[in-house]
Design a binder for this molecule. Structure first.
Ligand code: TYM
Length: 333
C-alpha cells in the first residue's frame, strides 16, 4: 500500500486554499483502496508562528472539525494531533543531529524572515527562533515517523519534503535503511490559490476566505476579491483574475470553459462573483452545517483524536524503539 501523509498547522481558521490545496485531495486519496492515509493537526508547528495559546487551541478544534465535517472516514484513516505522538519530538532530535546546518540556511520560511529583517534595516536574526530555523526537521520527523511515501501538499511546501528526503538519506547512509524517501504530490491543476488581494491565500497575509464562513459572510468576502476597474461589457482577462482562478479550483472543466467565455464577453464583476459564491456555497453548505455541530460538541472531536493517537502510536512506538537501537541508545547488557 502507498502511505499518504499530510498535516495542517493549527494557527488559524481553515481557508479555501487549505481546502483545495490539501484537504480535498487528501480526502479523495483516502478513499482509494491502494492508499493508507495519515492526516494530522500540526500543533507543534503552530508554536513556531503563534504564541497565543487560545488561538492555537481554537484552531486545533476548527481544523479537526473541518476534516471531520468534510467526511473524513476515521475508520480508514489515521487522524491525529501531532502533539499526542511523543515519538515525533524524539525523532526530531535524532534527525536534528543528522541535518546539515547549511541545509536549514536555505529553507524558504527562514530566508524570508531574514530578508524581511534586512529590508527593514534590522539585525538579520531579529525575532527568529530556533523553532523557525529548524522547522523543516520537525516536518521531516512528521513524515519519516510513519514512513510515508506520498505527501500531498501545496507548492509552497515542496522544498520541505525535499529536505525530508535529504535528511532521511543521510540517516539511512549512517545507520541503515530505516526510512522510505518521501515524495511531494502537488496537484498542478489547482496551483496556489490566490487570496482577496491576489497574493497567495495565506493566514500570514490576512487575505483568506475561511472555508466555513456563514453564508452571508462568505458572500461578503467573495465580493471583496480584488478586481480591476473594467465595466460590464468590457472583455476581461480570465488568466489574470483571482475570481477566475478560484472559480477554476471549484468548477468542472465544462463550467470553467463557460466562465472563460463569459469573461471574454465582458461579464460584470458583480455577476461573476455572484456565480462564484453560488458554486462554492453549493459544494460546502452541507459540510458547513456538520462543522458547526461538531464545534458545538468538542468532546466528540476529542474522542476521534484520541482514537487516532492510539492508532498512530501503534506505528510510532515500535519504530522509535528500532531507531533508538540503531543510533546506539540501548539497554545495557
Ligand atoms: P499550512 O498549514 O501552511 O498549510 C496546509 C496545507 O495547505 C496548503 N495551502 C495551500 N494550497 C493551495 N493554495 C493556497 N493558497 C494554500 N495555502 C496553504 C499548504 O501547501 C499545505 O499543504 N508545514 C505545513 C504543515 C505540515 C506538514 C507536515 C505538511 C507540518 N508537517 C508534514 C505535510 C507533511 C504547513 O505549515 O502547512
Amino acid at each position: 500500500k502507498q502511505r499518504v501523509l499530510t498535516g495542517i498547522t493549527t494557527t488559524g481558521t481553515p481557508h479555501l486554499g487549505n481546502y483545495v490545496g490539501a484537504i480535498r485531495p487528501a480526502i479523495a486519496a483516502s478513499q482509494q483502496e491502494e492508499n493508507q492515509s495519515f492526516y494530522f493537526l500540526a500543533d507543534y508547528h503552530a508554536l513556531i508562528k503563534c504564541q497565543e495559546p487560545e488561538k492555537v487551541h481554537q484552531s486545533t478544534m476548527e481544523i479537526a472539525a473541518t476534516w471531520l465535517a468534510l467526511g473524513l472516514n476515521t475508520d480508514n484513516v489515521v487522524f491525529y494531533r501531532q502533539s499526542d505522538i511523543h515519538e515525533i519530538p524524539e525523532l526530531t532530535w535524532l534527525l536534528t543531529c543528522m541535518t546539515a546546518k547549511g541545509l536549514m540556511n536555505r529553507a524558504h520560511a527562514y530566508k524570508a524572515a531574514v530578508d524581511a529583517n534586512r529590508a527593514e534595516g534590522e539585525d538579520p536574526d531579529f525575532g527568529i527562533t530556533m523553532g523557525l530555523y529548524s522547522y523543516p526537521v520537525l516536518m521531516a520527523a512528521d513524515i519519516l515517523m510513519f514512513n510515508a511515501n506520498k505527501v500531498p501538499v501545496g507548492r509552497d511546501q515542496v522544498q520541505h519534503i525535499e529536505m525530508a528526503r535529504d535528511i532521511a538519506q543521510r540517516f539511512n547512509h549512517h545507520y541503515g535503511d530505516y526510512f522510505v524517501l518521501p515524495e511531494a504530490v502537488v496537484d498542478d491543476h489547482v496551483a496556489v490559490l490566490q487570496g482577496l488581494d491576489g497574493r497567495k491565500m495565506s493566514k500570514s497575509y490576512g487575505n483568506t476566505i475561511p472555508l466555513f464562513l456563514p453564508e452571508k459572510q462568505l458572500k461578503k468576502h467573495i465580493n471583496k476579491i480584488k478586481t480591476n476597474l473594467l465595466e460590464p461589457g468590457e472583455p476581461k482577462d480570465p488568466d489574470t483574475s483571482t475570481v477566475f482562478q478560484i472559480w477554476q479550483a471549484f468548477a468542472s472543466e465544462e463550467q470553467t470553459a463557460e466562465m472563460r467565455k463569459a469573461f471574454e464577453e465582458g461579464i460584470a464583476w458583480g455577476e461573476a462573483k455572484r456565480q462564484l459564491f453560488e458554486l462554492i456555497n453549493g459544494q460546502i453548505a452541507e459540510a458547513r452545517e456538520r462543522y458547526y455541530e461538531l464545534l458545538a460538541n468538542p468532546a466528540q472531536i476529542e474522542v476521534e483524536l484520541e482514537k487516532g493517537a492510539e492508532k498512530a502510536r501503534a506505528y510510532a512506538a515500535p519504530f522509535i524503539e528500532q531507531l533508538r537501537h540503531a543510533v546506539g541508545i540501548r539497554k545495557i547488557g
